[in-house]
Design a binder for this molecule. Structure first.
Ligand code: FMN
Length: 228
């Protein structure tokens, strides 16, 4: 199968089939391939990928709750500022993948402690390795998020090759004070990614509600790619 066909298999999951879990060894293998394939500025990889398996039901619900609260807060705030008429009264059904999946990955920033020998040499000659300082986490969050996106994108490709579905959520609290629990989240969260065997997809739900594919489509290429 060519890579475009493989990548086109990815679609947002409305619900996973929880009767069939992806084996842990498969996820370990795919994560290892992804780690190998993903490049990083100065070889720091300044992020953590926290993996919550099928047994971590409570932790997943905790994370889902944070997303729901964040949505509510953002919409209430936008309504107050007149940016929208009023907040929705329903919980986003497309957050469901966060609490019901085989694996939930929580990508967070990470303060690095060990530069490569080469980077250490550069540091001794005056290079400022921001990745090693807690107070620089927000300063370098753009680069870190790009790297997380690259990791996630590679992982998604490897998952598609195994007919494993993936979905993403970025709408969640980003301030660390809102993440006292789960305890392993120590630095700014960046993205959630779920993995599993999909049962129902967002696009199918929309279709069942009478929406046509063109009612929910990304911008045309010439809106995005600007030939100068
Ligand atoms: C990086 C990324 C972050 C996303 N974050 C959210 C989110 O916070 N909330 C949400 O409802 N959907 C989120 N989505 C899901 C998209 O809305 C969904 O992927 C989009 O509608 C396109 O559908 P498709 O993935 O089936 O092509 C995210 C998707 C991506 C790629």
């Amino acid at each position: 199968m060519d890579s475009l066909t493989t990548l086109m298999k990815r679609k947002h999951v409305a619900s996973y089939n929880l009767d069939v879990q992806v084996p842990k060894e498969t996820i370990e293998k795919l994560l290892h391939k992804t780690w190998k394939a993903t490049s990083s500025k100065n070889n720091f990889m300044p992020y953590s990928v926290h993996v919550l398996g099928p047994d971590k039901k409570e932790e997943k619900i905790l994370v889902w709750n944070k997303c729901v609260a964040k949505q509510q807060y953002s919409e209430d705030q936008a309504a107050k500022e007149g940016k929208i008429k009023q907040a929705q009264t329903i919980v986003n059904p497309y957050y469901n993948h966060i609490k019901e999946n085989s694996y939930l990955l929580i990508f967070t920033a990470r303060v690095c402690d060990k530069p490569t020998r080469y980077v250490q040499h550069s540091i001794e000659n005056g290079h400022y390795a921001q990745e090693m300082f807690e107070d620089q986490v927000n300063e370098i969050i753009t680069t870190t998020s790009i790297e997380v996106g690259m990791f996630a994108s590679h992982l998604a490709l490897f998952c598609m090759e195994h007919d494993i579905d993936v979905s993403y959520t970025v709408c969640m609290p980003t301030l660390i004070k809102n993440w006292r629990n789960p305890p392993f989240v120590k630095h700014r969260p960046i993205m959630l990614m779920s993995l599993g065997y999909g049962e129902k997809y967002r696009s199918q739900n929309l279709q069942a509600q009478g929406w046509k594919p063109e009612d929910d489509f990304k911008p045309e290429i010439n809106k995005v790619v600007n030939w100068v």
